[in-house]
Write a protein that binds this ligand. Structure first.
Ligand SMILES: Cc1ncc(COP(=O)(O)O)c(C=O)c1O
Length: 364
């Protein structure tokens, strides 16, 4: 029998399912225009300051980037008051999530997480031979008590995606504080705040960095992909204790963040107006969708992110196809086990209206 050359965990590893690219839908259905509300991207595009920085940096891409990404760390230090030793920058939040699994998980170690939640936690844990303890949501809310009950001596990590992707709702500050108090000190709490700036408009939304201040075994993850409109450049970051950041940094790619991404992210952090406009537009777009769902008597979950989870009342697999024929892309709920639901990202008002019109033609 031929020798199995692959890491044994790869056999059952389910790959991440990304949102369907615009180009693919155009080709498949012979369309010239497609509205993609599927990957929680920023409809405003990147900040003008970021674009300027990208253009200025272009002639220097023959030079390797700074492996410690100082230009971004400096800005994060100024903004959040944590020293550089407590910050790591990654090739997207995605790389940070990989680093976490590589840093903590030995074979058989366990990680507790919501279900559904961002699937890369499970994928990276499984890749390292760990076991994901997936705790079902109860009426779309995170079951914090069940998550605590799932912690045992094998538990290394507890993930809390807040707001939770794909649902969009949050765990409030009071509930988080209570939850944190019950997690054993030697279990690492990962607070994924990829949608932090959007969620901060909700007064009940907690700031994970406050948790880190009193609980060193905490990792707070954020990204420039959404709010800064830099999804295509791949740059995200995390704060933790100096000890954890030192170990995590050993697992990262050496030159993991390219020169263009570094200057763009640093510039984007200085553009408060772009950030404000992004969040304003998000809630205008979401508001439009909510009005539609209300008018049709359709269920949805109150969101604090740049997407909304709604029950369209019809088969999501079929609706996904029907919408594509009309040049519209969303994320069908069946991939998370919600057959008639969909996750729809916020968009420009023009795209939001086009999308809802197309959806209405299908729903009838
Ligand atoms: C909850 C959550 N965490 C992390 C990420 C990863 O972000 P990035 O695009 O920076 O890799 C995403 C992206 O969709 C996300 O939704």
């Amino acid at each position: 029998m031929a020798k199995n050359i692959f890491r044994k965990e790869l056999k059952d590893l389910k790959p991440y399912i990304p949102g369907k690219p615009v180009e693919k839908v155009m080709e498949e259905y012979g369309l010239t225009e497609v509205v993609k509300l599927a990957s929680n991207e920023n409809p405003l595009g990147p900040s003008k300051l970021a674009i300027e920085a990208i253009i200025n940096e272009a002639p220097r891409v023959n030079i390797y980037p700074d492996p410690s990404v100082e230009i971004v760390k400096e800005k994060l230090m100024q903004k959040h008051g944590f020293p550089r030793e407590q910050i790591v920058v990654g090739n997207g939040g995605e790389e940070i999530i990989k680093m976490i699994a590589m840093t903590f998980i030995n074979e058989g170690d366990e990680a507790v997480m919501q279900d559904p939640t961002f699937s890369l936690y499970d994928i990276t844990i499984s890749h390292m031979g760990g076991v994901s303890k997936k705790i079902p949501l109860v009426d779309f809310e995170t079951d914090l008590d069940a998550m605590i009950d799932a912690i045992n001596e094998k538990t290394k990590l507890v993930y809390l995606c807040n707001p939770n992707n794909p649902i969009g709702n949050i765990v409030s500050k009071d509930k988080l504080d209570n939850f944190v108090d019950k997690i054993p000190e030697d279990v690492v709490l990962v607070l994924d705040e990829a949608y932090f700036e959007y969620a901060s408009r909700n007064i009940e939304y907690p700031d994970g960095l406050e948790v880190l201040k009193r609980r060193p075994n905490t990792i707070v993850l954020r990204t420039f992909a959404k709010i800064a409109g830099l999804a295509g450049l791949r740059i995200g970051y995390a704060f933790s204790s100096e000890e954890i950041i030192t170990e995590m940094a050993k697992t990262k790619g050496v030159f993991n963040v390219n020169r263009i991404a570094q200057v763009a992210a640093a510039a984007a952090m200085g553009d408060d107006e772009h950030i404000k406009n992004t969040v304003d537009l998000n809630y205008e777009s979401i508001g439009y969708m909510v009005d539609y769902f209300e008018s049709k008597g359709l269920r949805y979950v109150k969101t604090s992110a740049n997407f909304i989870f709604a029950d369209l009342g019809i088969d999501s697999k079929q609706t996904f196809v029907d919408l594509q024929k009309k040049g519209m892309i969303m994320r069908p709920g069946f991939i998370w086990g919600y057959e008639t639901w969909a996750r729809i990202s916020s968009g420009s008002m023009e795209d939001t209206k086009k999308f809802m019109t197309a959806l209405d033609e299908i729903i009838g």
